[in-house]
Structures are given as structure tokens and as C-alpha cells.
Design a protein around this ligand. Sequence first.
Ligand SMILES: Nc1ncnc2c1ncn2[C@@H]1O[C@H](COP(=O)(O)OP(=O)(O)OP(=O)(O)O)[C@@H](O)[C@H]1O
Ligand SMILES: [Mg+2]
Length: 253
Amino acid sequence: MSTEPATKPFVAIEAVHFGYGEEATVDRIDWAIPRGAFHCLVGRSGCGKTTLLKLAAGLLLPQEGCVRIGGAVLTGPGERIGFVFQQPTLLDWLSVLDNVLLPLSLKRGLRSEDREKAHALLDLVSLGDYAQRYPWQLSGGQQSRVAVARALITEPDLLLLDEPFAALDALTREELQDDLLALCAHHATTVLFVTHDIGEAVYLADRVAIMAAGRLHHEMAVDLPRPRGRELRYGQPFNALCRELRRAMDAAS
Ligand SMILES: Nc1ncnc2c1ncn2[C@@H]1O[C@H](COP(=O)(O)OP(=O)(O)OP(=O)(O)O)[C@@H](O)[C@H]1O
Ligand SMILES: [Mg+2]
């Protein structure tokens, strides 16, 4: 249950500044995500998206400013945060099933219902028949799907995804977008999703921000109805928002 007042965001990125060297990679960024909202971050390669996501997860700590989750300042890797990395980062010596179960098995002994849940998640990402395979026996896209299932096994309050569907073909990507939206709506998960793909951002998000050279340049609300479906992608409102985002990206770079 949430204890913070409804007006306070669940995720608050407050004047966050970070550089790997002298130069700022994330340059005093402010951003707020309400509980249960789905926000997307788009930007060109190298603009700092992954770095910002790692700061939001507490995997990196800001050199100035802070990140608050549910009002509390992050001082290390956040509890109840799921992270899908840009590379699937599966463990080659564990089966697909055991990779999905890993976040639970690192914390405590496994229960039989955990295995049922992992199988259900694998079914959901169309890998029900692959549970006993090993990561090196999967295609790149299948590995990405295992990584999504692994991030969802703990039912995180906050899910951070770094271009999770970039390696997938367009049809599979659309199916997984729908699955992700359904799952996050069902669990009221708060999401920050990084992508290069303008259409993907508009389809998924309540709000999209454009990042360029370590800063946020443009924020856009996406007032398309939910639940979203395939037909939406061919409609005028969807395409108008994609055009607006594309123009804003061109202006930012
Ligand atoms: N560990 C690191 N040490 C030094 N520099 C880094 C490190 N990680 C990233 N960088 C640099 O910081 C900048 C931002 O990197 P980041 O990975 O956040 O970009 P990105 O927007 O996620 O790019 P992409 O879309 O290609 O994934 C890049 O110039 C990158 O070279
Ligand atoms: Mg990246």
C-alpha cells in the first residue's frame, strides 16, 4: 500500500547530476512519475538514457541531487525494483526456468508456487516450451523475453526497462508491448521504459520525454485511450503524436 500523499510522485528524480569523468552524462535532470504511470524516455544513442535508468534504480548514485522512490532517497540498489538491461545478461549455466527464478532464489528458498509463476510468465512471453533450455540455445529475441520474465517474477512496484524489445522483429515486438501493458495495468506497476522507437514510446506511454546530451528537452503527454490495441497504430491521433515527437527529437539534436 502507498503511504505517500496522492499529490507526491512515486518516483522523483530531483536535479540529478552524474558524469563518468569531467563531462556531465546526466545534467541536472528533474522528472516525476506518479504511481502506476507508464513513462517512456527516447533519445539518440549515447545521450545518457541507460545512465539515467541506472540512477533511477540506485545502481549508480547521483553526484548531485537525488532519486526518491515512495518518498525515500535511494542510497543503493532499490528494493522492489525490476530492471531489464539493454543486454539480456542471462546466466549461461542456468536453465531458462532457473534464470527467471533467479531474483527469488537469491533472496530465499524457492516454493512450488514460484515455479508455477515462472512457467506462467514464460507462457506469457511465448517461451512455455523453452523452460529447460539454456540461454545459449535461444535466439537474441528469446533471450530478451526471458529477461523481461525474470524482471517480473518479483512483481516489482517499479519496472525499469532499457530497450528490452530492440532485438525483436516488429510483430513480436508489438505482441510483447501488449503483454507488457496488460501486465503492468494488472499489477499497477510504475514503469520507466527506454526506447529509440518513437512509435513504441507513443503506443506504450502516458508521458514521453526526449533526452539529448544529458538533458530532457521535451515532455509530451500521450492522451490516447486505454486499453490500447492494434487499431490505434493506424489512427490519426497516434500518428499526430508520433509526428510531434519526431519533430521535437529533430529540434533537440
Ligand atoms: N561505464 C562508463 N564509463 C565511461 N563512460 C561511460 C560509461 N557508460 C557509459 N558511458 C558514456 O556515457 C555516455 C552515455 O551512455 P549511455 O549508455 O547512458 O547512453 P544511451 O543513451 O543509453 O545510449 P544507447 O542508446 O546507445 O544505449 C556515452 O557517451 C557513453 O560512452
Ligand atoms: Mg543505452
